[in-house]
Design a protein around this ligand. Structure first.
Ligand code: PEP
Ligand code: MN
Length: 369
């Protein structure tokens, strides 16, 4: 699909787009207090959730339409642009009626094509900018699909919000950033403005700054961060919200590094290092190829002796040993596990092919008969 996508925010290169505000609008006073403090920091857009998609019923589900009136006041008083989350036709209708500047689709909406389509249909005939969060599950196609549905409705200013992905098990993150998926989306939709929602990635305060820095170093265009005047007593997402003052420091502390340079010495040095990396990658591919040949020989031998492909104890042993060796080389357990799991799966695929191949001897016999 040929999509015409323009940036949501006009921002000179090298300056991050800054969107900040409370997770939820709680009271007029709380909204205005936060907005006044953030307006002083000259942020680009004020965020606040009015309708809150909560994982379990019974949690605070947002103040509803009254909150849109508070956002109107923010606009009038501070001149800041305002944005809120919409998830259905009625939300879009109300947000447009109240002059909201930018809409965003939440992670639980992007995941559902019916909801995205409902929002897209409600947007037809308007050209309000829309930001689309990644879906909760790590599926770039679903994210793309939402962008396409909104673009098809005639919206031309579209941006995306990277807020991390749900995962099972222990993690330092509330939502795993899986940066490579954000990078992949940027590759698929070149030029699309992408901001990092470090709040929902981290789920806690102490890691917000390094995650924001990492987003800048991966050429993201800005941040969406939850800011609350009294974070500990916030009605939703208390653990991850920070005060305007702390947020101001976080933004000031960001190092914005340029994407490229014309400095010849730098370029030559980088080229040299990159060609070394390319050589190593080629060597790794050669080794993987050789490893798969060995896997096939093992497959033949197991077939002959009627032995199953997977021996769990052997696999556990390889994994444990490799993680220990990896640690000695500064490689994380997560990385070693991911690489080895992929290699192991590929080995199994090769062995399965060998195991299930009809022997050529039998085939010729059949052909003759
Ligand atoms: C939010 O921004 O407060 C929110 C509900 O986020 P997400 O859709 O990313 O969970
Ligand atoms: Mn939140």
């Amino acid at each position: 699909m040929d999509m015409k996508i323009n940036p949501v925010f006009d921002k000179p290169a090298g300056q991050p787009v800054v969107i900040a505000g409370p997770c939820s609008a709680e009271s007029e006073e709380q909204v205005l207090k936060t907005a006044r403090a953030l307006a002083k920091q000259k942020i680009d857009c004020f965020r606040s959730g009015i309708w809150k998609p909560r994982t379990r019923p019974g949690s605070f589900e947002g103040v509803g339409v009254i909150g849109l009136k508070w956002l109107q006041k923010v606009k009038q008083e501070t001149g800041l642009k305002v944005t809120t989350e919409v998830a259905n036709r009625e939300h879009v209708f109300e947000a447009l009626k109240h002059g909201i500047d930018v809409l965003w689709l939440g992670a639980r909406t992007t995941v559902n094509p019916f909801s995205v389509q409902e929002v897209a249909d409600a947007l037809k005939g308007t050209d309000i900018p829309v930001l689309i969060k990644n879906p909760i599950n790590p599926d770039v196609k679903l994210w793309m699909g939402a962008i396409e549905r909104i673009a098809k409705a005639g919206i031309t200013k579209i941006g995306v919000i990277h807020r991390g992905f749900s995962s099972f098990g222990n993690s330092n993150y509330r939502n795993e950033p899986m940066w490579q998926l954000a990078i992949e989306l940027k590759r698929l939709v070149p030029g699309i403005q992408m901001v990092c929602d470090n709040s929902h990635i981290c789920g806690r305060r102490d890691t917000l700054a390094p995650v924001a820095q990492q987003a800048m170093d991966l050429q993201m265009d800005g941040l969406m961060t939850e800011v609350h005047p009294d974070p500990d007593n916030a009605w939703s997402d208390a653990a991850q919200q920070i005060t305007p003052a702390v947020f101001g420091k976080l933004v000031k502390g960001l190092k914005i590094r340029s994407e490229s340079t014309n400095d010849v010495e730098f370029l030559e040095h980088i080229d040299d290092l990159r060609s070394k990396i390319d050589n190593l990658d080629n060597e790794l591919l050669d080794l993987y190829g050789k490893r798969m040949q060995l896997a096939e020989s093992i497959g033949q031998y197991k077939k002959k002796n009627n032995i199953a492909i997977l021996q769990s104890s052997r696999w556990n042993e390889i994994l444990e040993q490799s993680m220990a060796k990896g640690r000695e080389r500064g490689l994380s357990d997560g990385f070693v596990t991911q690489v080895l799991t992929a290699i192991h799966q590929e080995s199994i695929n090769h062995q399965t092919k060998v195991m299930n191949a009809k022997s050529t001897a039998k085939k010729t016999k059949k052909a003759k008969a």
